[in-house]
Design a protein around this ligand. Structure first.
Ligand SMILES: NC(=O)c1ccc[n+]([C@@H]2O[C@H](COP(=O)([O-])OP(=O)(O)OC[C@H]3O[C@@H](n4cnc5c(N)ncnc54)[C@H](OP(=O)(O)O)[C@@H]3O)[C@@H](O)[C@H]2O)c1
Length: 328
């Protein structure tokens, strides 16, 4: 796997093209502002009634409806929610993108699972930031950048890779490293990591540990602070120094509990479940299940959201965080 840094990349390639960023949400806002600050000719494509138009204009960005933005640009960056992308590509982008343009994604899902089948003349590539939009913007403004993954699905022009690298550099990623991969590997590892660790694993681990303490009669504030609040400290230490580096900062008691009790939580049965979840991602069962839920108006997603938001850990957390306004 090759990692590219600024010295490996021609920053002018993306400045020689007109770029349309479609969407001004988590990623769209960060990409559009970073590109503008890097001297790229960028237009934001937003629906006529979009509430993001005033913020976009106030930031000094040009705004057009998506059809016009797509028709007038060489590179179109699709930064709207993944579930909205297939219909949007079919109905808005494909009829308007000029021949030989490039279509750029920040996640490989719709290409890898064939929810979008692109026109043969288009370059199709991905620059996927390894971070949320806020970080992509904040680290750029601080002179750094988040790492990103680059992948090429279709190189009709013969320049897709170089243009993708140039785009990544303008978005700040070359300062941290741009790693070349495939749409398949990005999609499958991203889904697995969010299900097993970042979202599903972590939230359920915290909630179950909180409930265990409260059921045993401990005060809910204590349960919240020890099981949730302190996660940030551990995550920051691992982020900066790795797992071994974090362990060098904790007490011997904590470290002993880590080695002897951790494997009782993440045991053979949890590992078997991880392998089963990975298989469901790889063979498309997860994507099909998500499509079915979306097709029925997201009943499972909505129920999960309602159950999670009404859990007492949210009430306790809101009360405690109100006394720590610096966390907002
Ligand atoms: N969230 C992250 O930090 C993150 C991290 C890595 C990769 N990604 C990837 O980045 C891409 C964008 O995700 P995101 O989280 O940034 O999206 P998002 O914040 O949910 O996108 C919101 C924007 O999309 C527009 N939009 C929503 N539905 C639309 C539709 N049907 N037609 C036209 N515009 C529509 C909204 O327009 P209005 O203003 O009109 O409502 C808004 O400007 C996805 O592929 C995602 O997987 C996201």
């Amino acid at each position: 796997m090759r990692t590219f840094y600024a010295a490996d990349i021609d920053p002018e390639l993306i400045r020689q093209r007109r770029v349309a960023v479609i969407g001004f949400g988590a990623q769209g806002r960060a990409h559009a502002l970073n590109l503008m600050d890097s001297g790229v000719d960028v237009t934001v494509g937003l629906r006529a009634g979009s509430g993001a138009r005033p913020a976009c204009r106030a930031a000094g960005l040009t705004v057009q409806v998506p059809e016009e933005a797509a028709a007038s640009c060489d590179v179109v960056v699709l930064l709207i929610p993944d579930e909205a992308q297939p219909a949007f590509y079919r109905e808005v982008l494909e009829p308007h993108m000029p021949p030989g343009a490039a279509l750029l994604f920040a996640h490989g899902y719709n290409i890898h699972f064939r929810r979008i089948r692109t026109r043969a003349d288009l370059d199709v590539l991905m620059v996927a930031p390894l971070g949320i939009g806020e970080q992509v913007r904040a680290t750029y403004e601080a002179g750094g950048g988040t790492p990103a993954l680059l992948a090429i699905h279709h190189d009709a022009s013969g320049t897709a890779r170089d243009v993708g690298l140039s785009y990544a550099a303008a978005n700040g990623h070359a300062r941290a490293g741009v790693i070349e991969t495939t749409f398949r590997d990005e999609t499958e590892t991203d889904l697995f990591a969010e299900q097993a660790v970042l979202c599903g694993g972590l939230t359920h681990l915290i909630t179950a540990a909180y409930e265990t303490l409260v059921e045993a009669g401990y005060p809910d504030e204590l349960a919240y602070l020890s099981c949730l609040h302190e996660v940030k400290l551990m995550a920051d230490m691992m982020h900066h120094r790795g797992i071994a580096g974090m362990r060098r900062s904790i007490s011997s008691t904590a470290e002993y509990g880590d080695y002897t009790r951790g494997p009782r939580i993440i045991n053979a049965s949890s590992r078997a479940e991880m392998r089963a979840m990975l298989a469901e991602i790889q063979d498309g069962r997860f994507a099909d299940e998500l499509d079915r839920d979306a097709g029925n108006g997201f009943p499972t997603l909505t129920q999960g959201r309602q159950d999670a938001e009404s859990h007492e850990i949210e009430t306790v957390g809101a009360r405690l965080r109100a006394m720590m306004p610096w966390l907002r």
